[in-house]
Every structure is written in C-alpha cells, then in structure tokens.
Design a protein around this ligand. Sequence first.
Ligand code: UDP
Length: 313
Amino acid sequence: MANKTIIVTGGAGFIGSHICDWLIDEGDKVVCVDNLVTGKKDNIKLLLRHPNFTFMEQDVSRGLKIAGPVDQIYHMSSPASPIDYQKLPIETMMVNSLGTKNMLDMANEKRARILLASTSEVYGDPEKHPQTEDYWGHVNPIGPRSCYDESKRFAEALAMAFNKMHYVDVKIARIFNTYGPRMRANDGRVIPNFVMQALKGYDITIYGDGSQTRSFCYITDMVDGLTRLMNSGKSGEIVNMGNPDERKVVDVAKMIRDMTNSNSKITFHPLPKDDPTRRKPDITRAKDKLGWEPIISFEAGMKKTIDWFSTQM
Ligand code: UDP
C-alpha cells in the first residue's frame, strides 16, 4: 500500500532519518518531527526538497497537531547515547513519558498504527544472557542511566496500556546497539569515538578493561527490521531488534585500529557506573514472526561506517 501518511518523531536523528529515507523511497508521505536537540538537519537535507516530505521543528513532549489522516507513527524521538541522555536527563524522561503519551493519543485519535522505539536498556545490566523479550531486566532506578532506562520502561508500559484500553495498534521494538553513517561523531558512543580517534591518530579510549560486550547491528538491517515490525500482523507485539554477533569492546578497538591503518594507542580508563557487562539480543522472535535477521556483517558495516566518518572529517 503506497502513499500512506507516516509520522516519524526523531526523524532528523540517526535511526529516524534512515527510516524517513526508506519511507520516501517506498512512496509514502512523511512528516518528520524533531526538535534538533540531538538530531541534525543535515541528516534530512536531501529529503527537504522532496514533495512527499515535510519537516516540523518541534518537541513532541509539548504536543503535536497534525491535520488530516495519519496511517502510521514511528516514535523514535529521544536522546539515545549515554553522554546525551546524562546531559539531558529531564528532557529524556519527558520525551519518553509526555512525548510518548502525546503520540499514543494521536494514534488513538487517528486510528494510526504506532511503533515505539524502545531499547535493550530496559534489560539494564542483564543477568540473563542472551536477552529474550520475556526477561524483566536488572535496572537501577536511580543510577546514571535510569533517566533513559526507566523512561523507556514507562513508555512500554504506557503503550501496552493504550493497547489494552483503547485498542491502539502498538508495536514495540527493543533496539540494541546500532551503528552506521549519520551517527554524530561526538555523540560519545563507542563506535564514533573509536573510529574518530583511530582516524585522527588520537588514543583509543577503552572504558574498563574492555571485556564488556555489545552486539552491533548495521543501520540498514535495523531499518529493515523496524519497517517489517510496523507492517506485521499482531498488535501489542514486543520484539528485540539487533545483531546477535557479540563482541568484546577491546576487540572492537583493535578491529577499528586495524581497519583504519591507525597508529593510535589503545588506552584504558575508568568504567562508568552501571555500564552493562554483557549484551546480546536473542532474536528468535524476530526471525519467527517477521522473517527478519541482520545480513550485514560487522566487518562490512564497519567498512561503510569508517568510509562515511572519513568523509566527515
Ligand atoms: N565505551 C568505551 N570507550 C568509549 C565509549 C564507550 O570503552 O570511548 C564502552 C562503554 O563503556 C560501553 C560500550 O563501550 O561498555 C558501549 O558504549 P556506548 O556508549 O556505545 O553504548 P551503551 O551500549 O553503553 O549504551
């Protein structure tokens, strides 16, 4: 079905802008809403000229009015890197609570389907490995990551309540570490940090001893998964989205240094409080229900990502 009207909140952000690209290619009408706190207009600069694309600079926690019908809402807006959300804890909690409420109200009023971008952070520092959707998590409610973890947990609970009380068609994607072009070079996350450090010949900064793990999903795989989830059958579905290819942070550092032919020194620094020790998605549900699994290898995705960061310097 072409020519749907689709709202993408956080549409000028990293994942949001790639969703906008995908939807425009599909022939849909896209309304991109972003307050540009962590998003960047540069990410959507080619779309701004497209007749099916509208940009609204707005904070969805303050409400959003859209005239006419809306078919789908991708609710992607929130700071997502630890550095960003720790700088903006109140804004992060407001967008995930009030912002999510406003978008669920809109979905209810317009009878639109809504996909909530949730996160692997709802599992906190997980005691279960790999993480399945039925795991409840291990989250510190007042720790440095709580503004993000707890507000995303609240957002999930609110989405399920709207599903139950108002039959709003919600899908919840628990997004694991995702990387690729359009990540902000200074967003503080491990991939942009290591790539920029390696390209500039600066020290590569490992926090802790680097034995902690993450599992990295390339952006095009993620967008494929998210759009499949949005267009899948069951309402109230919760699905892990990520690549189960688990890597130690120290191995990521070495790989990036090798791939960039860099002479950077690998250095070790204190591990931030509550930094999860291991993280890897169990994606059985996504495979079974959506026929989805990532197809881009970490090596291939990193090559594209390094090439992109090189052009940004
Ligand atoms: N990390 C690191 N050096 C950096 C940035 C991050 O060692 O310069 C580590 C961080 O402590 C964490 C992992 O890399 O263990 C992933 O961090 P990121 O901020 O990308 O995302 P998270 O998965 O923690 O939300």
